[in-house]
Design a binder for this molecule. Structure first.
Ligand SMILES: [Zn+2]
Length: 554
């Protein structure tokens, strides 16, 4: 038996009445009692050797943050790669310098991997290409991935190892850029084309993968996250990624409650989980992790990224009248695959950034639900960046939930306004207020490593809608702090089918908490993202503590 008593806290329960409290008791991981007094009487506390008492000295205690869409495994791996992000790198020359420095320390022939470059933030306003990377590392294969994950650039050695040459034809939904003479410039667009290079990229050993996930999990815990969904298990290396997650959980290096979205191709005929029902796969995950991980959904994509001009829009891109972006799947095949997954019991999560992709996804959900009606399916759309009013109406009618990539407003808002979407469409990306009006189930995400993991930052972005250049983007789509906090906690629990066991501080729920130095409901809205996180608690155990503050252990 283990008992945790938290006293002298500003407990923000986020229950339906937004009740406040001051102390509580967690027994064996479950909240047993909540009091509205600074600490319980002696007679109310059970006797026993295994009691931990935390005195929060007035700090805020909230339900642990629920991250419903990020890429923990990918992030862990990227912590080892050459950091090609901007503003750290102002131009391609800077990236070449970073790669050359890494190559200088590597053996000839060893892979140099990089991530995070953003052509629209580089002074050169283009992707680094094959000859840039050849110059930086002539003796090593080099592959660097775009910040969106939807593009990459390879040097000559890497293209050769992948067997990509001038005779390689472009796959459906992706392409290799070529110059006027048909020569490849090394830039690879979209996942179907990236799949040509994935098989030859170095795969970390199982021990390295466990270590990587552990390092990433530490960062997540330091941001107050207690439940995490990896939104693309199998994206780059198939079933191996699932095994790595399971090993990291069982090693104790990742103590978060994990939910796994499994890439749809692993569920197809002839694949690892062909013929599985959702229940069978969920049971298998729970059995292999002692209930630490469960199945979240089957994951599909229907377009790419707006900033890469591959998000499928109804009207052309602001910067190029001839470009609309592409749907990745033929509508009929897409709808049939979804129907199959739906009938096998899978909750379906589909990536859709552009409004045309969102429309296509909703058309397919409409088809699926007309063929096989189901109450409370909680099917979901990921990112939902440019959903129009008619799309949100359809989501409401069909009961489809939204997982919004709210950090886009800050990181890409200025460029959406000037380059990709123009003023009017940019102002209503991530239409949160419209989602609230329609009572949609919605959550907020960072899509880490696409943007840094920080639930408080996502809450700040939803409340203030400030861009990198300090402008307000779409004032009428702001939501209030309480709503944003719920989107990161109780709505996340609902999206995870866990509203009875997580997401609020109520008796009978899991003892998952984040301790914040200030009360987010009363602090100035612009300071939300900077509130120091003091501790993260999962099932009544402190799993991360801010040692700089050394606050809670008295
Ligand atoms: Zn994602």
């Amino acid at each position: 038996m283990s008992i945790l008593i938290i006293k002298n806290a500003n407990i923000i329960t986020l229950d339906p009445h937004n009740t406040k409290a001051k102390s509580l008791l967690v027994r064996n991981g479950i909240i047993e009692k909540i009091w509205n007094k600074t600490e319980p009487e002696r007679t109310e506390v059970p006797d026993g050797p295994d009691i931990e008492i935390l005195d929060l000295k007035g700090a805020a205690l909230l339900p642990g943050f629920i991250d419903t869409h990020s890429h923990l495994l990918m992030y862990g791996q990227m912590l080892n790669y050459v950091d090609c992000r901007s503003p750290r790198n102002k131009n391609i020359g800077d990236i070449k310098g970073e790669i050359a420095a890494r190559a200088g320390k590597a053996k000839p022939g060893a892979w140099i991997m990089g991530w995070g470059y953003d052509d629209t933030l580089l002074e050169d306003k283009r992707h680094p290409n094959r000859s840039d990377l050849d110059q930086a590392a002539p003796d090593n294969p080099v592959f660097i991935r775009h910040i969106s994950g939807h593009f990459g650039a390879a040097n000559s050695k890497a293209l050769e190892l992948a067997g990509i040459d001038e005779s390689t034809s472009n796959p459906h939904g992706g392409y290799f850029t070529r110059d006027d003479n048909g020569r490849l410039d090394g830039v690879i667009h979209e996942i179907p084309a990236l799949e040509f290079i994935f098989p030859v990229l170095p795969s970390p050993s199982s021990d390295e993968q466990i270590k990587n996930i552990g390092n990433a999990a530490k960062v997540y815990l330091s941001q107050g996250i207690t439940t995490c969904t990896d939104a693309g298990v199998g994206l780059d290396r198939g079933i191996e990624e699932l095994n790595a997650h399971i090993a990291a959980i069982n090693s104790g290096k990742n103590p978060m409650n994990m939910r796994l979205m499994i890439l749809h191709h692993l569920l197809r005929e002839g694949s690892a989980f062909s013929g599985y029902t959702a229940d069978q796969l969920d049971l298998e995950l729970k059995r292999r992790t002692k209930n630490r991980a469960s199945l979240d959904s089957a994951k599909l994509f229907q377009d790419g990224s707006i900033q890469g001009l591959t998000g499928a829009l109804r009207k052309p891109y602001h910067c190029d009248e001839s470009v609309y972006g592409e749907l990745l799947h033929d509508q009929n095949k897409f709808a049939e695959e979804m129907l199959d997954l739906h009938k096998r019991g899978f909750r379906i999560a589909i990536h859709g950034n552009g409004d045309r992709a969102i429309g296509s996804i909703l058309e397919a959900f409409d088809y699926v639900l007309s063929k096989s009606p189901m109450e409370d399916h909680r099917h979901r759309i990921e990112h939902v960046q440019t959903a129009g009013s008619e799309d949100l109406d359809a989501m409401q009618r069909l009961g489809v939930a939204a997982s919004f990539f709210i950090n886009h407003v800050y990181y890409w808002g200025d460029r959406h306004r000037r380059i990709f979407l123009g003023e009017k469409r940019a102002a209503r990306i991530n239409p949160l207020a419209d989602a609230v009006d329609r009572n949609l189930l919605f959550t907020l995400h960072s899509d880490c490593p696409i943007t840094p993991i920080s639930p408080l930052f996502s809450i700040w972005a939803a409340v203030n809608r400030i861009t990198l250049e300090g402008e307000v983007l779409g004032d009428d789509q702001k939501i209030d702090v309480l709503e944003a906090l719920k989107a990161m906690t109780s709505y996340g629990a609902a999206l995870n089918f866990e509203e009875d066991s997580a997401g609020t501080i109520e008796e009978g729920k899991r003892g998952d908490f984040v301790v914040l130095e200030a009360d987010p409901l009363t602090c100035p809205a612009m300071e939300l993202k900077d509130i120091p996180i003091l501790a993260t608690i999962i099932s009544g155990k402190v799993v991360w503590e801010n040692t700089e503050k050394a606050y809670i252990h008295s």
